[in-house]
Design a protein around this ligand. Sequence first.
Ligand SMILES: *Cc1c(COP(=O)(O)O)cnc(C)c1O
Length: 364
Amino acid sequence: MQPKTQLTTLKPYQPGKPIEEVKKEFGLSKIVKLASNENPYGCSPKAKKAIEEELQNLHLYPDGYAAGIREKVAAHCKVAKEQIIFGNGSDEVVQILCRAYLGEGTSTVMPAPTFPQYRHNAVIEAAEVREVPLVEGDHDLQAMLEAIDSSTKIVWLCNPNNPTGTYINSEDFASFMEKVPKGVLVVSDEAYYEYVGAEDYPDTVPFLKQYENLIILRTFSKAYGLASLRIGYGLGAEKVIKAIEPAREPFNTSRIAQAAALAALGDQSFIEDCRQKNNFGLQQYYDFCKEQGLSYYPSEANFILVDIKGDSDEVFQYLLSRGYIVRSGSALGFPGFIRITVGNSEENSEIISLLKTFLQERIS
Ligand SMILES: *Cc1c(COP(=O)(O)O)cnc(C)c1O
């Protein structure tokens, strides 16, 4: 049986290498995974406690409406409860949006390189994908506007962008929203929102009042440290959220995920602490890059894309065989670069020291 032909052009998502696999392959006992932008400090202890309590209810279906976490997110983000859609990770919200809006004869516009799931889901829905190259790591918003025509249903903004860590500022975001036709949905994927420090990063939620064609994506997988539980959400106009709801599976977020997310959201001091440590970690990499004369993109997220001026697969293998999993830029549209998730300060120092040795060996 042949599936839809467009599936034959896609590869399954290539995640960062799993820890267990690397342990076996290289006979190592300690592995540090800095490949998928997970939080090196785990999650809030309050989330762990909430999970333990929820273990009493494993035999029960979750609340498909996710009332508890819905109320908490609504208060946290200052939106109405009806303005939220939860997903099995924000990945699933991407899928729901594609199911809801894309199909044959439609098109979708996105930057490139960016998070691969926009393209992946659009291809499955048989939409035409229009990829607009980043310019020096930044979204080319003007070219993205020009790529929109009457067939266009969704425009994707990844802010901060994965894998560059670069961001769209509030002035550019506002002017983009003003110019995008009202019939085109703008998705602002803010998976790294909690890490952003830039003063001129846009506060997009207030735009929801004026623009019915805006959806904001956030997740509990990154700063909140709950990647394994798969929970994220979209914020939008009540009308739009209601319209896309039928494309959502009835029990798409688990009881455990809902309980953990609720508790995690209530522990903002954990998030603040992680943000500060992440900034310190980024500085470690900036200092290293400056010292070694390597270029990098200043990052508003918890990862850094570094130009190692060579074969990125070689550096990847070098680090991998020593127990450090990063992402090779060749898999991310940035050959010659590596993307490193910011770890704790010790992990960062170790990886920096390995990279120094690697670069030294390369010269001699
Ligand atoms: C990690 C990531 C996501 C997906 O997060 P989940 O909520 O775990 O599905 C979405 N967008 C971007 C840009 C990401 O980097």
